[in-house]
Write a protein that binds this ligand. Structure first.
Ligand code: F6P
Length: 342
C-alpha cells in the first residue's frame, strides 16, 4: 500500500507530530508513505518526497511542517481536480491523507467524490472546523497568545497605558477568547458579537474612573464593528479560497480610544508569531492520535472521512458533514466570559 500525505493552508504546531505518527503507523503495517510537498500544489506538480523513519525521527517537537504547505486550490486551476486525480494515479497512490482546515478538507471532499481514497485530519490554529473538539495547532496558538498578552499586561501596568492586542483567528473568536480568558484580559471582542466603538470607549472610561490605569483589551482580527461593512482588512486581494487578509482592527480601535479619551493607548498584533514554535504536549499527543487513526481508517478501507476528537475518543466523521461550515464560538461561552468584562 502506498499512501500520500500532505499539509495544506496555514501551518500549525503539531503538524509534524501528525506526520510522524502517520509514518510510524504505516511502517508497522508495511505501507509506504509519500510526502506531497506544498499542499495541493505538490499534487498538481507531482512534487513529492519519500517519508521514512529517518525523516521523521526528530520532528515531534518542531513547529511548522516538514513537507511545507500552500494555499493552492485545485478547484481554481483549469482541470485542477482532474489533474489531481490523474497525478494520484501516476504516483501510484492507493490513498491520500490530507491534513488541513476547511479549505484543504473541501478539496479532499471533492477528490473523494471524484473517486479517490481520501482521509482528512483537522488542522487550524483558528479551531473553526466543525464536528471535532480538536484542531491541530489551536492549543499551542492559545498558549503562545496568552503569554504575549501577559507580557503586554506587564508593560501596560508599568506605563499605565491601555493596550489593544489583535489576535488571529479569521472569522471566529476562539483563539482571542481562550487566550484572553487565560491571561485575564479586561475585555475580549470576538467576531461572533459585533461591538460599537462607543461601548468600548465607555468601558475604558468606567475602568479609569474606578482608578484602573492599565487596561488590556483583546480583539480578534475578524471582530466586527456594528454598522461597519464587514471586518477591517489589510487590502482587497483574496487568496485562492476567496479569503481576504484580515488585520488592522487593533490599531484602529487603539486610535479611537485615544481620540475619545486622550489616554495613552498602544496596539500590538502578534499575527503569525502565535502560529510557530514547539507544539504544546496536548497538540503533540492528539495530533499523534489523529495521525495513527488516519492510517487505521485507510487499513479498514474507510474513505471520505475526517478523523475527529469527540468526548476523548478519535472517531470518523464524513467529510461531507464537515466542509462548507465554520464552527463559531458558542454564545453561552461568550456570555460566561462577560462576568470579567465589568
Ligand atoms: O487560518 C490560520 C490563519 O493564521 C488565520 O488566523 C489568519 O487570518 C490567516 O491564517 C493568515 O493567513 P496567511 O498565513 O496567509 O497570512
Amino acid at each position: 500500500m502506498r499512501i500520500g500525505v500532505l499539509t495544506g493552508g496555514g501551518d500549525a504546531p503539531g503538524l509534524n507530530s501528525a506526520i510522524r505518527a502517520v509514518v510510524r503507523k504505516a511502517e508497522k503495517y508495511g505501507y509506504e508513505i509519500i510526502g506531497i510537498r506544498r499542499g495541493w500544489a505538490g499534487l498538481l506538480e507531482m512534487d513529492t518526497v519519500k517519508l521514512e523513519y529517518e525523516n521523521i525521527r526528530d520532528i515531534i517537537h518542531r513547529g511548522g511542517t516538514i513537507i511545507k504547505t500552500s494555499r493552492t486550490n485545485p478547484k481554481k486551476s483549469p482541470n485542477g481536480v482532474e489533474r489531481a486525480c490523474q497525478n494520484f494515479k501516476k504516483l501510484g497512490l492507493d490513498a491520500l491523507i490530507a491534513i488541513g482546515g476547511d479549505d484543504t478538507l473541501s478539496v479532499a471532499a471533492a477528490l473523494s467524490e471524484a473517486g479517490l481514497n481520501v482521509v482528512g485530519i483537522p488542522k487550524t490554529i483558528d479551531h473553526d472546523v466543525p464536528e471535532t473538539e480538536f484542531t491541530i495547532g489551536f492549543d499551542t496558538a492559545v498558549n503562545m497568545a496568552m503569554r504575549l498578552i501577559e507580557n503586554l499586561q506587564d508593560t501596560a501596568e508599568s506605563h499605565e497605558r491601555v493596550f489593544v492586542v489583535e489576535i488571529m483567528g479569521r472569522h471566529s473568536g476562539w483563539i482571542a477568547l481562550y487566550s484572553g480568558l487565560a491571561a485575564g484580559a479586561d475585555l475580549i471582542l470576538i467576531p461572533e458579537e459585533p461591538f460599537s466603538i462607543k461601548d468600548v470607549v465607555d468601558f475604558v472610561k468606567r475602568k479609569i474612573d474606578k482608578g484602573q490605569k492599565s487596561i488590556v483589551i483583546v480583539v480578534a482580527e475578524g471582530a466586527l464593528i456594528k454598522d461597519y461593512k464587514g471586518p477591517i482588512t489589510k487590502d482587497t486581494s483574496v487568496d485562492e479560497f476567496g479569503h481576504v487578509r484580515l488585520g488592522g482592527i487593533g490599531e484602529f480601535l487603539a486610535k479611537e480610544i485615544n481620540k475619545a479619551l486622550n489616554v495613552e493607548t498602544r496596539s500590538c498584533a502578534p499575527a503569525h508569531t502565535i502560529r510557530g514554535g514547539p507544539p504544546t504536549a496536548l497538540d503533540r499527543v492528539i495530533s499523534t492520535r489523529l495521525g495513527l487513526a488516519a492510517v487505521d481508517l485507510i487499513r479498514e478501507g474507510k474513505f471520505g472521512y475526517m478523523v475527529a476528537l469527540k468526548a476523548g475518543k478519535i472517531v470518523p466523521v464524513p467529510l461531507s458533514e464537515v466542509v462548507g461550515k465554520t464552527k463559531m464560538v458558542d454564545k453561552e461561552l461568550y456570555e460566561e466570559a462577560k462576568v470579567f468584562f465589568d
